[in-house]
Ligand binder design. Structure first.
Ligand SMILES: Cc1cc2nc3c(=O)[nH]c(=O)nc-3n(C[C@H](O)[C@H](O)[C@H](O)COP(=O)(O)OP(=O)(O)OC[C@H]3O[C@@H](n4cnc5c(N)ncnc54)[C@H](O)[C@@H]3O)c2cc1C
Length: 476
């Protein structure tokens, strides 16, 4: 964009909403990952839908790329403005438009953060709860739902796109489209039973439209809550236990963290080795209930299963409450309540955080875990892994994490290499990276069903004939 175009944009929107501040442009030209950055020409910070429609109109008229962003923590290069142009910073559009207590939904603008929603619900609607990821409290709820993220209710309720009742989207055509029951009634309670157009915007990474509002499901808050830990000393036995518990339909969340992550929770900085007596896996289980008897029953099932597995020779410790960990190390307090900031992933000095995060079949889980761990160890990286069963055990999430120094080119190159090997190996086993980075789309391209590829592109062309919406993403 040359100066005259920027001047024109300022005239249309006001100079308080358009910035060419060099530091900001630099900041938004990259993210935490190893993916190459690209500088935007300017940053627009809209305050209402009208502003968004004006920017879309402008970008379309002059065929300027338009990339929406909120906290830029997607860990996939998905908000890097690959073709420069305008960054649409949606942070200021952060109204909680409505909470309908009886119908259990909230209507949110894209800038509403997990921290904000939690605080609002606790303060104004304490009978309701939402699910929270391990991402920092300042990240966007709408972005995570659009990217099909996961949170601490994903075992019970699936990935976060399943929590969406519908949305309002600003289209390149200048229209505002509503999907879900909101297309007919003021009650935005479900995506059923109308034709479901929401999917045309989910996982499309902002390439088909800019979401201006979203209705998300809330759930009743339960009276009793517990988080248990179980230490496991080998992969197969521990994961058979997790699988058994996942399909019991009793728990909110179950997660397995590999030993480096467990040690980082204890305050060890990016540990490279473990002693033979230390656990391989830290399993956490979230349980909630309205009745004491129900809670005791759910706990009993866990203790019984652990005891059965131990009798079969699986090396597991007795389950223990997170309170025990908090007494041992107060740093664990941050893991008792979500959303939370896992500062050891963010403030390690090097600035780089990346992962290959995938969804995949439960049947391939152990194979995927072992493969990933051996790749990371073989290339000299600590095997940092988080995995969880999702949606009642219908699929799993498997994520291998790397912390690195973004300023060290050699290290960045090594990270690219290991991520490529990890990704290829997991794709071969049937896992698919979520929040799919452009380099992964490229890797998947030739094996994607050609009709799927064609229609993905057709949908994008239909919604964005000038190719201005977050170009370079989902280019299959
Ligand atoms: C330490 C850490 C832990 C994490 N743990 C988890 C986890 O447990 N689970 C999980 O799911 N994620 C996790 N994440 C990933 C990340 O935080 C989430 O993806 C996050 O919710 C994205 O929010 P954001 O505000 O950063 O979105 P951004 O990165 O700013 O945007 C994400 C994408 O959405 C598009 N977009 C943004 N707004 C709109 C809009 N209004 N309309 C259309 N497209 C739009 C952007 O262009 C981009 O493609 C973690 C991240 C970190 C750093």
């Amino acid at each position: 964009m040359d100066e005259s175009l920027i001047k024109q944009l300022i005239e249309e929107l006001g100079d308080d909403k358009v910035s060419v501040n060099k530091d900001l442009l630099n900041e938004l030209s990259e993210d935490m990952t190893e993916i190459d950055g690209h500088k935007p020409d300017c940053i627009v910070t809209p305050e209402c839908k009208d502003d968004i429609l004006k920017v879309i109109g402008f970008a379309n008229k002059y065929k300027i790329a338009l990339t929406p962003v909120i906290a830029n923590t997607n860990i996939g290069g998905l908000a890097i403005p690959n073709k420069g142009g305008i960054i649409l910073n949606l942070k200021k559009m952060n109204r909680i438009v409505e909470v309908n207590e009886e119908d259990m939904y909230a209507v949110l603008e894209p800038g509403v953060t997990f921290g904000q929603l939690k605080e609002y619900l606790d303060g104004h609607h304490p009978s309701l709860r939402f699910g929270y990821p391990l991402s920092p409290p300042y990240t966007s709820v709408v972005a995570n739902c659009l990217l099909d993220g996961l949170g601490n209710l994903s075992l019970a309720h699936g990935s976060m796109s399943s929590w969406v009742n519908g949305m309002e989207v600003a289209l390149a055509s200048g229209e505002l489209l509503k999907t879900g029951s909101g297309a007919y009634t003021k009650f935005w309670y479900s995506r059923s039973p109308l034709p479901d157009l929401s999917g045309l915007f989910i996982n499309f990474q902002g390439t088909t439209g800019i979401v201006t509002q979203m209705s998300v499901q809330l759930w009743p808050k339960k009276k009793y809550r517990k988080r248990l830990f179980i230490l496991g000393y080998e992969i197969d036995g521990t994961y058979s236990l997790i699988k058994k518990l996942a399909v019991e339909d009793l728990y909110d969340d179950i997660g397995g963290l590999s030993w480096p992550l467990g040690k980082m929770l204890f305050g060890v900085k990016y540990p490279k080795s473990k002693d033979s007596h230390e656990p391989m896996l830290f399993v956490f289980i979230d349980i909630s209930s309205n009745y004491e008897e129900e809670m005791s029953f759910k706990l009993d099932v866990i203790y019984k299963k652990v005891s059965e597995f131990r009798q079969k020779g699986v090396p597991l410790d007795d389950p223990f409450d997170i309170d025990v960990l908090v007494r041992l190390n107060p740093a664990f307090t941050k893991f008792t309540e979500m959303p939370t900031t896992l500062d050891f992933l963010l403030d390690h000095g090097g600035g780089g955080l990346t992962w290959v995060g995938t969804y995949g079949p439960m049947s391939q889980w152990e194979k995927g875990i072992k493969k990933g761990i051996s790749i990371l160890e073989g290339m000299g990286f600590p095997p940092v892994m988080v995995s969880r069963p999702m949606n009642g055990g219908h699929f799993v999430v498997l994520r291998f994490i790397i912390l690195f120094n973004k300023k060290d080119n050699g290290e960045v190159q090594k990270v690219r290499e290991v991520n490529g090997i990890l990704c290829r190996s997991l794709l071969e086993l049937g896992f698919i990276p979520y929040k799919t980075p452009p380099w992964v789309v490229e890797m998947m391209r030739n094996n994607l069903d050609p009709v799927f590829r064609n229609w993905t592109q057709e949908v994008r062309k239909l919604f964005d004939p000038n190719g201005i919406m977050n170009p370079g993403k989902w280019d299959c």
